[in-house]
Design a protein around this ligand. Structure first.
Ligand SMILES: Nc1ncnc2c1ncn2[C@@H]1O[C@H](COP(=O)(O)OP(=O)(O)OP(=O)(O)O)[C@@H](O)[C@H]1O
Ligand SMILES: [Mg+2]
Length: 341
């Protein structure tokens, strides 16, 4: 097979943009990936670089690269139309002929992951710093003579204990999430009695709900088939959903747990008559650290990881999650799993 057929196929199929320029920065050739990324009416050939990519940073880098006999940087990151590209400049000299090749690699996804990582570190640091600052403040006050009064001592130690508990919960949740995300936590698949999970979790929250003046009710049909899943992980899902339902429902409200079987699935609904949230927040509430009302959630001891864990566990079961909510009216969080036949 002729070499140029192979080279043409490479240029056509490669997932990197290639633009060939003459010494005056006029385009001689662009491969399909480039043309798709930077569409130009009537084609790129014969056009000046600036007409094709209107990016002053790129134009000036290319010019100083040429003027400096290629001693300036050989690559530059540019952002165009919401996408990021790493542009590599490669001079091609053949006797008296000169061409400049630009290779444009789409790095939008890498950038996105980088931003998520940076945000994550910033969020974790912030979430740890808040309780740590309190622990430090209160213990310093105690050491500076605040221990003399027994009541103050007890009260401050309680605050310290509460913040330390919050930090250790945050770290436990982060470890759980990280294990779920890296698939280190195996999700076993065995027949699980959903009714038993719902009722035992309900019992566990009974005191917390009573203290807050919230009534928990349940409606689970007799003979509900078992679901296929991991008992402990599913219990965690119910705990996180019930914890939210109680946390975000004012005194006097109600929370109901129900389950039903339909079309080979088991569906669980955790419904509350609480504060709810606008439907526009629904796509975001499963993100790590996202809280509709940061101050309120933090006052209630929340870190914004509960629903991220729920999402990962349900995804790990190939199940489905559904949310309905209206501000001031309440929310319903539902999940469905395969039933056991
Ligand atoms: N039942 C609910 N009613 C109203 N808002 C809710 C409900 N469940 C979740 N939310 C909103 O979604 C946000 C994210 O919930 P998530 O459980 O992930 O975090 P959290 O409850 O703030 O903290 P954590 O669960 O880590 O203690 C909450 O901060 C809250 O704003
Ligand atoms: Mg929560």
């Amino acid at each position: 097979m002729a070499k140029n057929i192979i080279l043409e196929a490479i240029a056509r199929e490669m997932q990197t943009g290639v633009l060939v320029l003459d010494p005056a920065l006029r385009a001689l050739y662009a491969n399909p990936f480039f043309v798709n990324s930077f569409p130009v009416k009537d084609g790129v050939e014969g056009r000046m670089l600036e007409e094709i990519i209107e990016n002053t940073a790129l134009a000036s880098t290319v010019r100083s690269f040429l003027a400096g006999r290629y001693s300036s940087p050989e690559s530059i990151e540019i952002s165009e139309g919401g996408r990021f590209f790493n542009v590599r400049l490669v001079p091609l000299i053949d006797r008296n002929d000169f061409r400049l090749l630009l290779f444009l690699q789409d790095i939008t996804e890498e950038k996105r992951v980088e931003t998520i990582k940076k945000d994550f570190v910033a969020n974790v640091s912030h979430e740890l710093r808040t309780p740590l600052a309190s622990i430090k403040g209160y213990s310093e006050t105690l050491l500076d003579g605040g221990m003399d009064d027994k009541n103050t001592l007890k009260e401050f130690l309680r605050v310290i204990d509460r913040h330390a508990t919050r930090m250790s919960r945050l770290i436990d949740d982060l470890l759980t999430l990280s294990k779920l995300e890296s698939h280190q936590m195996e999700i076993v698949s065995e027949p699980v009695d959903i009714k038993e999970i719902l009722l035992s979790t309900k019992t566990g929250f009974e005191k917390q709900a009573r203290d807050k003046g919230i009534k928990i009710t349940s409606r689970i049909p007799e003979g509900l088939p078992k679901a296929l899943g991991d008992r402990d992980r599913l219990e965690q899902v119910v705990v996180n959903l019930l914890d939210n339902a109680i946390k975000y429902t004012p005194p006097g409200g109600g929370v109901s747990l129900s389950a039903c079987a339909s079309k080979g699935d088991i569906r669980v609904d955790v419904k509350d008559t609480g504060i709810g949230f606008p439907p526009s927040d629904i796509p975001r509430i499963f993100e790590r650290f996202y809280r509709v009302d940061k101050a309120r959630s933090r006052d209630l001891g929340g870190t914004g990881l509960g629903l991220a864990i729920v999402k990962h566990i349900i995804q790990g079961h190939n199940g489905r999650l559904h949310v309905e909510s209206a501000p001031g009216k309440g929310s319903t969080f539902s999940f469905s799993l395969k039933a056991c036949n």
